[in-house]
Design a protein around this ligand. Sequence first.
Ligand SMILES: Nc1nc2c(c(=O)[nH]1)N[C@H]1C(S)=C(S)[C@@H](COP(=O)(O)O)O[C@H]1N2
Ligand SMILES: [Mo]
Length: 258
Amino acid sequence: MGESMIDRRKLLLGGAALALSGCKIFDSATDRDSTMRAFFASHERLTQATQRRLIGDRLAPEFSEADIRQGQRPNGSTDPSGAAYRRMAETGFADYRLTVSGLVEAPQNLSLADLTALPSRTQITRHDCVEGWSCIAKWRGVPLGTVLQLAQPRVTARYAVFHCFDAIERGLSGEVFYYESIDLIDAFHPQTILAYAMNGQPLPVANGAPLRLRVERQLGYKMAKYVHTIELVDSFSALGRGRGSYWADRGYEWYAGI
Ligand SMILES: Nc1nc2c(c(=O)[nH]1)N[C@H]1C(S)=C(S)[C@@H](COP(=O)(O)O)O[C@H]1N2
Ligand SMILES: [Mo]
């Protein structure tokens, strides 16, 4: 698929860069006007351009009200048990804050009232889970791009990481909280929203209350529920096992395009 073509291209270009630079790779890479650095910079622009051409502007199909035939089937975590989350849920999420941090000029701390006061987008889309089932539902929320603009991403930001309230795993080494990430192309896609309503009702706890991601051109596991923090980063090295998502760290594709 698209992503593997991109990976192959990266690999080829990376190999060419290494061959070109020879043994000077270590001292020249950090030099501001090194040819190596320039080569990598142009390679990055090329890769990005290829990615845009392949997946950039395409919209996921949208449906009509009549296509909504059942409720959105809850999957994965459906009832986070952490004390802080439970307290918030009992008071209708009045104390909820969405934090936007990392590689941004203006970190944000937004209440649900702040989020619902921003222009919203409503879309009826099909959710495809990797397990093989689908549901069509109506989602309403604030475009992620709008929220990111408030925070003013730095030029070095490449990915948006979503940190969630639910412990998806409890082991000897402690709790693992769900995490996901998308690149900034998907983050600024018009159908990528932070949803706070579903099928005309406030988002139910089972489906990620009070705020969950919709990224409509990818599989269900990308659509982080129970989001409390969005962190802009330039790499995944400090996150989980380094592949950018709870499920990617366990063997699934990071880019789950459909
Ligand atoms: N925080 C969090 N987000 C999550 C999950 C989860 O377990 N925890 N499961 C994922 C999977 S596999 C799917 S299919 C969808 C399910 O969303 P739904 O419960 O609204 O159907 O959420 C995704 N986002
Ligand atoms: Mo899923």
